[in-house]
Design a binder for this molecule. Structure first.
Ligand SMILES: [Zn+2]
Length: 213
């Protein structure tokens, strides 16, 4: 995890998350002192992002825990043919050959399988039709309903509790009826997910930097 400084033709300094790192874009003639003071001004935001990146990209060969469906599971490394198994704990079979990227790829596959299962279950209990369901790496949002009726959800949802996932699913399904966030939209949403207000309040902190569209 590092902060990548990129000098480019632009007017102002900007911070964003780029996969496992923080990207700081600055105008070409910015001095190191200016960059340092910009970074220290944004220190709180940066440390919050570090925590999020650590959840989204666990290091299976050095971390001891991984957040999965809202629970911190122990990571146990065992010898054997390289594999990653998530059950009551996360078992990492390591033969000394593979690096963390290999396990992150495996995690992505497991995330997609689990989320397809959960989201299909949630959507089937609501009488709303949608087009196609996709699960992919989305950094800026948890879910999205496209104008053609396709729904996409972020693999990062797999780290959060099932009721949070259900709330995001209900939100996107409600967009299949009402595209904007009007009072009519919330009426549909609350009919799909009566517990919306409670769950939304309970997990507000998950929605501070990343939200749904
Ligand atoms: Zn929305």
């Amino acid at each position: 995890m590092e902060i990548i400084i990129k000098k480019e033709r632009r007017q102002s300094l900007r911070l964003s998350v780029k996969q496992q790192n923080i990207l700081c874009q600055v105008p070409i003639n910015t001095s190191s002192k200016e960059i340092d003071s910009f970074l220290s001004l944004n220190n709180d935001w940066i440390s919050k992002q570090h925590k999020v990146i650590k959840i989204l990209y666990p290091n299976f060969l050095s971390d001891t825990k991984m957040l999965w469906l809202g629970q911190w599971l122990d990571i146990v490394v065992s010898k054997g043919k390289p594999d990653l198994i998530i059950d009551k704990q996360v078992v990492v079979c390591w033969d000394g050959d593979k690096d963390n990227k290999y396990y992150l790829k495996k995690l992505e596959k497991i995330q997609k399988e689990k989320l397809y299962e959960l989201i299909k279950k949630c959507t089937s209990s609501h009488p709303i039709t949608y087009n196609e369901l996709k699960i992919k790496k989305m950094n800026a949002s948890y879910g999205r309903c496209h104008s053609n009726g396709n729904l996409s959800f972020s693999t990062r949802l797999s780290h959060y509790p099932i009721e949070f996932i259900e709330m995001v699913v209900a939100h996107e399904l409600a967009h299949c009826i009402e595209m904007n966030h009007s009072p009519a939209f919330y009426k549909v949403l609350k009919s799909l997910y009566p517990n919306y207000d409670v769950i939304h309040k309970q997990y507000k902190h998950y929605l501070q930097e990343v939200t749904y569209d």
